[in-house]
Ligand binder design. Structure first.
Ligand SMILES: [Zn+2]
Length: 183
């Protein structure tokens, strides 16, 4: 029996090696030995093309749809669009959760703390000057980076077919079997 597209996989094959299925002459081959019950062709799983994850991350960082690079990823400041307004790609599957603030704090913290220490060591400015410079800069950097990092994470999840981006329904993680963890 032939199940449609693609070459069949022979789970069990006759002894005459991996013979090409004989052609019926009507343009559609029939699996060898199928009538004798020796072979069971099954359809290949849905092959998914590899997505350019780095390009998707960059597009997300630019606040653009990772699929088409044109549509806006966000409807509001941090609200990801349900679907891309340009290409219609479903974007609501993302589960960025608290990863964007984590990476934002990580990056901004290293930048600002490094800069404060360097400036302090080089120029010994008064404390009020530190406060006037670094506090607003920290806020501005956080607000500027947060949606971009969220976009990059959504792009990565899209490129790796994570959660619902692969077409399958996303299921929550099962609860841990023991509150005390593995023994
Ligand atoms: Zn798009």
């Amino acid at each position: 029996m032939w199940f449609g597209g693609g070459w069949p996989i022979y789970l069990e094959r006759p002894r005459d090696n991996w013979a090409r299925p004989p052609d019926t002459g009507r343009g559609r081959p029939v699996a060898a030995g199928a009538s004798a019950g020796l072979v069971m062709p099954v359809e290949l799983g849905h092959a998914r093309p590899n997505r350019d994850w780095w390009g998707a991350v960059l597009n997300g960082f630019r606040l653009r749809c990772p699929a088409c690079r044109r549509g806006a990823l966000f409807g509001r400041y941090l609200k990801v669009n349900e679907a891309c307004p340009a290409c219609g790609e479903a974007l609501h599957h993302h589960r960025a959760d608290d990863a964007p603030p984590y990476f934002t704090i990580l990056i901004v913290g290293h930048l600002i703390v490094g800069a404060i220490l360097s400036v302090e060591r080089a120029f010994l400015p008064p404390l009020w000057l530190h406060a006037v410079v670094w506090l607003p800069l920290t806020v501005i950097l956080c607000l500027a980076l947060l949606p971009r990092i969220k976009g990059a994470i959504v792009g990565l999840q899209w490129a790796l077919y994570m959660h619902g981006f692969g077409g399958a329904a996303d299921s929550p993680e099962p609860p841990p079997t023991s509150a005390r963890g593995p023994v």
